[in-house]
Structure formats: C-alpha cells, structure tokens
Design a protein around this ligand. Structure first.
Ligand SMILES: NC(=O)CC[C@H](N)C(=O)O
Length: 435
C-alpha cells in the first residue's frame, strides 16, 4: 500500500483533502529532502511538515517555523486576530494551536516595546508559549506600521515549529468530534512513525507551576491599594489592567504562602494559567484558608475561576474541545446582560450543584458551561472568560475598575483584612484536605 493509500484509508479528513495531500505527498514521498507543493503558496522552497494526530490522521503542509518537532495537545481558536497575543499567552503552554482564521501572518510581529510598568506592550509574556502553530494559509507578505519581523522569522527564532497548507476546517471537525487530541508537528519529508513518537500528555504536568514567577515581583509600587496577584501563568494585561486602576500589584508564585501576610493585602487576585487546575493544590489550600478568614475582595480569572471553584467545593471537568476565541457569549446572571468575551480554556467548573454560600455568576450562552461564580455574602467572585482581552473584545474590561473600586471602598471603610473565626482551617489543614 502506498503511503497516500494508507493515509486515505485511515482518515476521512485526509480523504477530504486528498487533492492537496496528493500534491504535497508527491514531493514528500519521492524527492527527499522534500520541497513543498501544497495547495496554498507558502514560503518558496520551504520544507515539508506533518501534523499527525495520535488518532492516526495526518495533515501534510509546508514548514514556516523552526525545523524541529513538538508534541502537544491539539486545540483550536476561532479568534480572527491576535496571534502575537495568543501565542504568548501562558495558558497555551503545552499546546499545538490551530487557527480557524485561514489567513495568518499578514500583519507580521510587533516591536518589543515596554510600557511604564516594564511589561511588553504587544505580547502577553516574554516568549511564545504554545508548542507549535497550525494554519491554513500563511501570509508570506506582511504589512503593519509596528511590525519588525514576519511570523515565520519569529517562530524560527524562538524554536517553534509551524505548518501551513493544512485543511483546518477538516482538522477542526475531527477535534470537535473526538475532542482535543495529542498531536505531533514535525518537519521532514515523511510523516513520523507513530510508534516512535513520544506521545506525552502535557496535562499530566503542573504547567501552571512551570509558568509561574519564581519570586515576588512588584508593579506600580506607588499604588494606593495593594493587591496580591497569584501567578499561575498570568497574562501581562491582567497585571497592567490592575496597575492602570491605580493598584500596587505584588505578583506572587502559585504556591506562595499568603497566610502569614494576608493582612498586608487589600485584595487578592488569581490569574489564568495553563494545564489542569487540579495540580495547583497549594493554591487551592491558600484559597480555602483565605475564604475562611479574609474579609476584603478576591477575584479570579479563568484558571483563577477554576481554582476558586475547587477551593469552594466544586468539581472541575475536562471539556471535549474547550472554548478558545474572542467571540464567546456569556450571560451575567445577576443582570441578564450578555457580553461577548475572550476565552481560552479546556477545563470548566461543574456548577450543577453549588456549595452553600456560593452562586453561579456567568453562564456561556452557547453551551451552558460555567463562566463564573460568586459568594453570596463576601466580596469573592471569579470569571472563566478573559476580561483583560488581548486580543479580544473589551465588553468586560469594567471588571477591573469594579474590582479595584471595591478594594478601595473596603479599605476606606476600615474592613479588617483578616478575621480568624474559631472554625477557620489553617493552610496546613486545607492542604491536607486537598491532597
Ligand atoms: N486561560 C486559562 O486560565 C486556562 C485555564 C485552564 N488551563 C484551562 O484550560 O481550562
């Protein structure tokens, strides 16, 4: 059986894209080192690359990034713009990112300018965080007033493989049907032998711990209220959004022991982050303790929502293919108002049974999944979506103004940060309960 026949037999997606695949494989099989003759014109003379799913499907295209290979969870985003922001979002760590927007790369990659807080203005962290990218039609020409290099040059410089010429519609159908799937992206004339690929699931690792800061970092030191931002892989725009509201922000590691210093903070904030929230037992224990003793506002975003839910007593589950994009509708259950939100998550809280004292806050209008929780008496709430956007709609940017205003009001009213009820669990007790 020829390679093409074998692949065609194994995958409806490959059968669907047979013409394009045949062209690419003609070069891939017969003329190593292969040059690309794919459906879409790509970088002239580019090498052949293959995206192989663990379930057997193979997509052949052209390499436009680093000539290396990567294995990761294959996920897709429906965002139309914002590849520099998405690719540097630490929540994409461990993943091969598929863009459903067909044309990618047309505005290049921006300068590495920094803002007044020392944060990169146009990226969400210092480096590319996803393990590879998959696009339908890489734009070989870019044009933007702020661009300094092409997407191809950036990927190559940062050692990230990238493939173009992939039928991403067919690929997304597969990922929607069978759920996010491990994938291998490799540059070379032929697909790899699936038996020789190390199919390591990134979600077994504590990716949030890897993405977190090692040491406490202070931003906007002259701010009038002091917020501890627990860093599970925080996007820069979360730090910036708090600073812009006038807060002093201490970015603390995911497992930082806050219990001894809770009274120094006017508010707590829990960031987004990659991977499964269940690895962050230290954070969950800190939050359990804080829920019992802390009196000032607490807020969480995305992973922060999941960690607050776990600490409150909810369960978390892995979604079939997650919600990633800039067009996810979420309904605020306190007002009935629907907002369009930016999202990037593969796990969700099971809010079918809420623990005593808590209620659902937002719900996804597409699939009914949880989009936030809130405490009924204390000022503790969290959202599954990304109010800081980047890229994405600014419908919910008000969240930061509201949060910092509530922090300021609690401070002005003289609410003591900590009150120790007799029954409050210590962090050690909470940790033992989460282990
Ligand atoms: N953006 C995030 O914080 C993602 C949270 C978590 N890693 C998930 O995929 O659900």
């Amino acid at each position: 059986m020829t390679l093409l026949a074998a692949l065609s037999a194994s995958s409806p997606a490959v059968r669907g894209g047979a013409k394009r695949l045949a062209r690419a494989l003609a070069s891939a099989v017969d003329a190593p080192p292969a040059r690309l003759h794919a459906h879409y014109p790509v970088v002239p003379g580019s090498l052949t690359a293959h995206l192989q799913l663990r379930t057997g499907e193979v997509f052949t295209g052209g390499s436009f990034g680093a000539s290396t290979s990567a294995v990761g969870e294959t996920v897709f985003t429906t965002s139309l713009v914002g590849y520099p922001e998405s690719m540097t979002d630490p929540s994409y760590r461990g993943q091969l990112l598929v863009f459903t927007q067909p044309l990618v790369g047309n505005y290049g990659v921006p300068r590495r300018d920094r803002d007044q807080y020392g944060l990169l203005k146009h990226f969400e962290s210092e480096k590319i965080q996803c393990r590879g990218i998959v696009v339908s039609d890489y734009a070989t020409k870019y044009s933007h007033w702020n661009a300094v290099e092409s997407l191809s040059e950036w990927c190559e410089r940062e050692g990230i493989p990238a493939i173009t010429g992939v039928d991403t519609r067919a690929l997304v159908h597969i990922l929607r049907d069978q759920g996010s799937t491990l994938g291998s992206l490799a540059v070379g004339p032929r697909p790899l032998d699936p038996a020789a690929i190390e199919w390591a699931d990134p979600n077994v690792e504590n990716l949030a711990g890897q993405a977190s800061t090692d040491a406490v970092r202070v931003f906007n030191p002259d701010g009038d209220v002091h917020i501890a931002l627990i860093d599970c892989g925080a996007k820069y725009n979360i730090v910036r959004s708090l600073c812009q509201q006038g807060a002093r922000v201490s970015l603390v590691p995911w497992d930082h022991d806050l219990s001894a210093s809770l009274d120094q903070y006017d508010g707590l904030f829990i960031s987004n982050g990659p991977g499964s929230p269940s690895h962050c037992t230290a954070t969950i224990a800190q939050l359990r303790h804080a829920f019992a003793v802390y009196q000032r506002p607490i807020f969480g975003i995305c992973m922060g929502n999941q960690l607050m839910g776990l600490a409150a007593g909810l369960d978390v589950y892995k979604m079939r293919f997650g919600n990633r994009g800039h067009n996810q509708p979420a309904v605020d259950l306190t007002s009935g108002r629907c907002v369009i939100t930016s999202q990037n998550h593969g796990y969700a809280l099971d809010d079918s049974k809420m623990p005593a004292g808590w209620d659902r806050y937002f719900v996804n209008a597409n699939d009914g999944s949880n989009e936030g929780i809130r405490h009924l008496e204390k000022p503790f709430r969290s959202v599954q979506f990304h109010p800081e956007a980047r890229g994405g709609p600014l419908d919910t940017a008000y969240v930061f103004a509201d949060f910092v205003a509530s922090v300021r009001a609690a401070k002005a009213a003289g609410v003591p940060p900590v009150m120790q009820p007799a029954e409050a669990p210590s962090v050690a007790q909470a940790q033992a309960a989460t282990a």
